[in-house]
Design a binder for this molecule. Sequence first.
Ligand code: HEC
Length: 129
Amino acid sequence: MSVKRFPLLLMSFVLVLGSRLLFAGAGDGVWVTRVPDKQRTRENPFAGQPEAVAAGAKLFRQNCSTCHGSEALGTKKYPNLHTEQVRAATDGELEWLLKNGSMKNGMPSWSRLPEQQRWQIVAFLRSLQ
Ligand code: HEC
């Protein structure tokens, strides 16, 4: 490699690394690694119930659409919820995320909602997939 090109290479390396560090965080799916094992296997008491999906859709419009978009397709800063990453998460993991949030990355906690409502929202999220 020519000596002349070396600074250019170094600069692109720094740029790539820098943007990785900057954009790691929101939407990277790391939250799932923080879920305690016992929570992962919890079952949604409303799984597959159309009334729960409808109630969850309403709760989503009220609480979540400002960030994730009315169709849950995400916005510039906030993740799409129709992705493989969300599909791969268990109901228990999703309910855990809603309860605890991922505050550092900007996802609020929904512990103020009754647990039943969080499960209804999870039923709605499943219906998207
Ligand atoms: C203030 C903006 C904001 C609101 C309101 C919000 N979220 Fe989020 N949400 C985020 C951010 C930021 C992340 C990324 C968190 C992370 O990766 O650690 C996220 C992540 C998620 C994820 C995981 C996505 C993935 O790919 O891993 C789900 C599921 C989710 N939110 C559902 C909801 C639901 C349901 C609501 C309403 C009860 C809601 N969010 C309200 C900002 C928000």
